[in-house]
Write a protein of this length. Sequence first.
Length: 150
Amino acid sequence: MKVILLKDVKKLGKKDQIIEVSDGYASNYLIPNRLAVQATKKSNEILENQQEQARQNFLDSQNKAQELVKRLESMTLEFKLRVGSNGKCFGNVSLKQIEEILSSEYGIVIDKRKFIDKGPLDSLGFYHLKIELFKGVIGVINVHISEEGK
């Protein structure tokens, strides 16, 4: 019997895969446990519609990420740190602070785990932080750290 897997089944196949199994295995285990449905003309149409919808969602997400890349390139986040007499900064700018500024001032929600460059921002100057917004779509945030009081 041909079935369409609804979930990954160990040693059998992945979700949305059409496989051939014995009639008893399908009717006594896979179908009652909602791991598979019988492959009919209607179920094949439903599967194709779901795969097309998934492709469309993927493309939409990718396009949104590319638009966000363009938006991020045009902005520079400003931070101020106290500096000692020897020119060394007190403290640093964390990824959480960058995430909060993006969210509060620009309405952009980016998880701090998406940052590729995770190093500490603990000296004055410009930084270009890379963020993986989507699979294969990498954006750059410009961060400027200046001396407090100047």
